[in-house]
Each structure stands twice: as structure tokens, then as C-alpha cells.
Design a protein around this ligand. Structure first.
Ligand code: ADP
Length: 258
């Protein structure tokens, strides 16, 4: 744990001098580290028993012919919930990892267009299964310096959300364009959109506009919190533009390689 952590706020004064205010945030920072470690440890410990539960239930379902219908139904419910807990522990571990100071990015230059292609390739199967049409609008060959796995995960998450909350049979549009010293990636859906008051908050962990809906579709409420951390670690920004009833556009800006 750190010995001392200070936050500094500095501002110029009218007489040409400056004021600096130091806040001792050691206690807050230590509590935060302990919270993160605790969550990571619990998630890690839950992994093995959960894998065991889903493994045995799957085997039972696969290898036992003529199970009474109610047994089959109950085993199905157990499996669904074990899988849900699995996803939750995986997301909690991923979040603890990106929140920690030890989060390591392996960055390399890649053209924005190639980065989008990589993402789409990885999602192809899921897109076909879900009946969604993924359209790619404009793209750019400007390079960005990114951890390819991490950023394709972010884009993948945004596209999955677009499908999850958009309407089936509709399309999702993705694209990349140059901005001032940066590249702007976007994922646009034509679903119900997000009201103004929720737009900043959906990037907080566990914040969901409609808890029941998110749960039903297998959501953990952590995807956008993880995405935000990864984008910030790249000195980028992420936000959403939306009007209730007319879809949502998630925008990620990453610094361009000069
Ligand atoms: P979840 O696992 O619940 O999808 P996320 O962190 O990915 O968690 O998203 C947080 C919440 O933001 C969601 O529960 C949903 O209410 C809202 N949300 C995210 N993406 C969209 C979208 N494309 N359209 C409408 N609402 C969305």
C-alpha cells in the first residue's frame, strides 16, 4: 500500500503568482486498493467452484437420457445461472485488472481501418446468428497506437450492446474518421436510445438503465466501465450521443500517431 498519496490543484493568481492546494488522499487511495484486491480475490476464488458446477450439470444433461422433464428444466436453470455467475466473475476480474495500477498495455501502431476489420472479423459468427446487419460506413487509414486485443474488446462490447439493446433484424453501423489529432470510431444503433440523465452514468460500474432487461440479456453492468478504463488508459475518450427513441451512437476518440 502507498505511504502517501496527494492530489494537487494549482491555479494562477491575478498578481502573476500561483496557488497550489495539496489534498492528502492516502486513506481514500488505500481503501480503494483494498476494495479492488478484495473483489479480484473473491472473483478468482469463485472461478473454480463455478466451473465445476456448470461442468457437472452439462455432463448430467448430456449423458443422462430420459431425464424427467422437471429435472431437465431445473438443471437448465442451474446451468444458466452458473454461466451468469461465470460471466460476472470474469467481468469483475477484468475490471479489477484494468483499474489496477499494474494494467499493462502492449501498444503497437495499426491503421484505424485494420482495427475495425479485426473487430468485425472476431464478431462475424455472432452477427450472423443474431440476424443483425453490420454496416461499415467511412473508414480511415490513419494509425493509432493501441493494444489491439484491448481495443477490439472495447469495440466488440459496444457492438454487442448495440445488438442487445437494438431491435432484432435491424442494423448496426460502425465507422472511423479523422478528427483533430485523433481518430473517431463510432458504433451506431437504431434501438430505444438512452435518456440524457443516464448518458454519463452508464459508464459507472453496475449502472444499468433497466436492470431487469440487462439481466435477462445476460448483461453484468460492467462492460462499459471496463471499456471506459481501457480507453482512458490509451489517453482517449468515450461518450454516447443519443435521443430517447432514436438510437444511440457510442463514440471513442483515440490519439492519432503523428
Ligand atoms: P450491461 O451488461 O448491462 O449491458 P454495460 O456496462 O455494457 O452493461 O451497459 C450499461 C447499461 O447501459 C446497460 O444496462 C443499458 O441500460 C445501457 N446501454 C448500453 N448500451 C446501450 C445501447 N446501445 N442502447 C441502449 N442502452 C444501452
Amino acid at each position: 500500500l502507498p505511504d502517501h498519496v496527494f492530489e494537487v490543484n494549482a491555479a494562477p493568481t491575478p498578481d502573476g503568482g500561483a496557488v497550489a492546494v495539496l489534498h492528502d488522499v492516502t486513506g481514500i487511495e488505500r481503501a480503494e486498493i483494498m476494495r479492488r484486491d478484495f473483489v479480484a480475490n473473491v472473483s478468482h476464488e469463485l472461478r473454480t467452484p463455478l466451473t465445476s458446477i456448470s461442468g457437472y450439470v452439462e455432463t448430467l444433461l448430456d449423458t443422462t437420457p430420459d431425464l424427467p422433464p422437471h429435472v431437465q428444466e431445473f438443471l437448465g436453470i442451474i446451468l444458466k445461472n452458473a454461466n451468469r455467475m461465470n460471466r460476472l466473475t470474469e467481468d469483475l476480474l477484468a475490471l479489477a485488472n484494468v483499474e489496477s495500477g499494474e494494467y499493462q498495455l502492449h501498444r503497437q501502431p495499426i491503421a484505424a481501418s485494420a482495427l475495425l476489420e479485426d473487430t468485425i472479423e472476431g464478431l462475424a459468427g455472432m452477427l450472423v446468428d443474431s440476424g443483425f446487419l453490420l454496416k461499415q460506413r467511412e473508414t480511415t487509414n490513419t494509425k493509432v497506437l493501441v493494444d489491439i486485443d484491448a481495443i477490439t474488446q472495447v469495440f466488440g462490447n459496444l457492438i454487442e450492446n448495440a445488438m442487445k439493446y437494438g431491435r432484432t433484424g435491424q442494423s448496426v453501423t460502425v465507422g472511423a474518421r479523422d478528427c483533430d489529432g485523433c481518430v473517431e470510431f463510432y458504433v451506431q444503433d437504431y434501438g430505444p436510445g438512452i435518456a440524457q440523465e443516464h448518458q454519463a452514468r452508464i459508464f459507472e460500474r453496475f449502472y444499468r438503465v433497466d436492470k431487469a432487461r440487462s439481466r435477462e440479456s445476460g448483461g453484468t453492468g460492467l462492460g462499459l466501465a471496463i471499456a471506459r478504463h481501457i480507453v482512458l488508459a490509451h489517453e482517449g475518450t468515450i461518450h454516447v450521443e443519443s435521443e430517447l427513441g432514436s438510437g444511440a451512437t457510442f463514440i471513442v476518440r483515440l490519439p492519432a500517431v503523428a
